[in-house]
Design a protein around this ligand. Structure first.
Ligand SMILES: *Cc1c(COP(=O)(O)O)cnc(C)c1O
Length: 353
């Protein structure tokens, strides 16, 4: 199965074996307990609907096993729960605001010793890795869209025998396979592209090492951050079309990047050359950027990303967002509408400034 293309894996993975009369899909398994003697036992330990979703993510990430969590943040928390008290951790100084806030809190509490680095500056990352125990990579970063030299920094961390996890939410397994680059864990906010319809919150961790899987399984079971069966089922339904949706949105993004770059109302466009997120700065201040976001009629002025529908927002409207993010930066999550309609809406909204 591994050698098949992700478009095929997305359609075929996580289905019951095709015996006569078998359903095509695993159902929504609403069970808190199971008759004694079986493999699961209790509803916090496992669930058939989770397992189907986990199988599909495993095949996309080219891993050996996946654990689904109640949210991306729950998955991230489970990873850091494995580290001993005070462990030195190297992490991007720019990244998803929730991860940043969690790591800052852990650092303040002395729970972890976090060394924040510019993840795109390989020399700085190498220096910070000396004596560290764990490397957390987000690339591209949210919302700066900076790119880490993944192979180099993972290779250096591995030489130093440390654990490495990658937040793969923005790149998605279609553009980046962290486990093949040597990382131990690939994390996804399934909420975003994998589920893709702005209707569930879910997270996942994919690994290759069975011992690491068992430690993370124990963390999920004991911390209790388990997904709901319905959410797991919805996410798997979304994954069936993930490659189609993502490639359509990415093709739209490439067209829109050119138009934004050529527009006199836009001063800076950040786009890493792949994916469907564009961050751009408008020729105005925070208020101007808010006006632009509020003026759209097709694009929804909302946080989050990775849905079939285009959304955008001024990131600094959130108190948690890093001060290094410019006040006039708008993060656009390009959806699957026709690119001409999206551009028509953007150019109308830019008319506000
Ligand atoms: C949204 C997001 C998260 C957090 O995921 P939730 O499902 O909202 O908990 C983590 N990392 C990145 C890059 C994200 O965009």
């Amino acid at each position: 199965m591994e050698s098949q293309h992700p478009e095929t894996n997305a359609v075929t993975a996580g289905r019951p074996s095709p015996e006569a009369g078998a359903p095509l899909n695993v159902g929504i398994s609403l069970n808190s307990t199971f008759t004694a003697g079986g493999p699961i036992g209790y509803g916090r330990f496992g669930n058939e609907s989770w397992q189907a979703l986990e199988g599909a993510i495993t095949s996309l990430e080219r891993g050996d096993s996946t654990l689904a969590f109640s949210s991306g943040m729950a998955a991230i928390t489970a990873v850091f729960s494995l580290l001993p008290h005070g462990a030195p951790v190297v992490a991007s100084d720019q990244g998803y605001s929730g991860t940043m806030a969690l790591l800052k809190k852990y650092h303040e509490q002395g729970r972890l010793e976090v060394r924040f680095v510019d993840i795109a500056n390989t020399k700085d990352v190498f220096e910070a890795l000396i004596g560290a125990a764990f490397l957390w990579i987000e690339s591209p970063t949210n919302p700066g869209l900076e790119i880490a030299e993944m192979s180099l920094i993972i290779g250096e961390a591995k030489k130093r025998n440390m654990g490495v996890a990658v937040d793969n939410t923005f790149a998605t397994p279609l553009n980046q396979l962290p486990l093949q680059l040597g990382a131990d864990i690939s994390m996804n906010s399934v909420t975003k592209y994998l589920a893709g319809h702005s209707d569930v919150i879910l997270g996942s961790l994919t690994v290759k090492d069975p011992a690491l899987y068992n430690r993370l399984l124990e963390a999920r079971t004991l911390l209790g951050a388990i997904p709901g069966p319905f959410e797991a089922w919805l996410a798997l339904r979304g994954i069936r079309t993930f490659p189609l949706r993502f490639r359509a949105a990415e093709a739209n993004a490439k067209i829109l990047v050119e138009k934004l770059t050529a527009d006199s109302k836009v001063t800076k466009v950040r786009y890493p050359g792949f994916g469907a997120i564009i961050s751009f700065e408008v020729a105005s201040d925070a208020e101007g950027a808010e006006k632009v976001c509020a003026a759209s009629q097709l694009i929804t002025n909302a946080t989050s990303l990775g849905g079939v529908e285009s959304t955008w927002e001024r990131r600094r409207r959130w108190a948690l967002e890093s001060e290094s993010v410019p006040e006039n930066l708008i993060r656009l999550s390009v959806g699957c509408e026709h690119h001409e309609d999206i551009w028509g809406d953007i150019s109308h909204a830019l008319g506000e400034i």
